[in-house]
Ligand binder design. Sequence first.
Ligand code: NDP
Ligand code: PYC
Length: 354
Amino acid sequence: MTLLSGAYVYEYQVRSMSDTVHLSLDEVQALALRVLRHHGIIEAQVQAMARVMTAGERDHCHSHGLFRLLTCSQSLREGKVARDALPTVEHRSPALVAVDAQCNFSPLAFELGSELLIEKTRSVGLGALVINNCLHFSALWPEVERLTQAGLCALIMTPSHACVAPAGGKHAVFGTNPIAFGWPRANAHPYVFDFATSAIARGEIDLYRRSGRTLPEGWGIDEHGAPCTDAATVLQRGAMLTFGGYKGSALATMIELMAGPLLGDLTSAESVAIDGRPGGAPRHGELILAFDPRFFSGRDPPTDQASAEALLQAISGQGARLPSERRYAARAHSIAHGVDIAAALHRDILALLD
Ligand code: NDP
Ligand code: PYC
């Protein structure tokens, strides 16, 4: 399949008809709703989770789309989730909203807290949303996009379950610790990046394992610290590696500190220790920062926008792609044509209803 978006052309792997199932986006959402309701989660949370999973599938972020029903179901089956708990929202200061997810999943906590975050940021210029005690399973870009839609810049980070070794080490200390940034643009999709500080998300390695593919070099090590390209070994006995060597390692450390102890919440090692093993959704905190551009430069906002656009044009004008361009192209395609999901994944999801 070829997706066209502006000057860009993205190629996607073509699967044979027999190993995929075609679904409209409404069918994706209906499937997510059905499975989540089957697990007895409170309805507001079901709706929030299904929105996030559908968005992941729609944007071809397969490691954080319907696939997440499997990991969330594992956490639910193991009794790790307070499935009927509602988040509590606290105005902690003029700039800071704190939401306690009460050991339920993060999407509802974000939805409830972000409205107040936007209000506070527009009033004081810089706002923070602290989420505690959440089971976090999603990509961060849906959250970033909610803030850029409100005209705000956003910076979001969260730890996960320890499964990533520090540069120079061989035992897992960090989670895959994603960090995401968003910059609103007047006449274009926002500039958004959102990536794990590990070489790749753990979910992606799990998708390699499920499809029997060999990992690229540099993603993982075995239990002795030797380079390893076998997904099951990396996941079960070895460790993942950070991206960019010591630089990714330092960023992962910052995320542990800023979204762990700073918020009075768990590090990735503490999260995995209380959960027993990696695999389900980790339980910890999340830090969401929002910036209202009207307060920062003290200049005319259109001048600043023009300078930002010149920067982005200098990147894309030479044929380099901006992060999220693939996603936006996938989104347009999925809205028009629906999505193909792996038949084996579809079967495993339906089995969750047994
Ligand atoms: P990638 O390594 O693919 O990096 C993703 C980011 O880099 C996207 O913004 C992507 O844009 C951009 N990108 C990728 N290739 C290029 C390129 N050639 N040129 C420019 N930009 C590029 O994904 P990860 O595996 O690191 O992360 C995937 C997802 O997993 C994220 O959404 C993250 O939030 C999520 N995650 C969540 C965790 C959690 O604890 N909740 C833990 C770890 C990861 P595009 O999308 O357009 O390709
Ligand atoms: O893919 O690394 C991952 C991940 C961890 C938690 C949610 N996603």
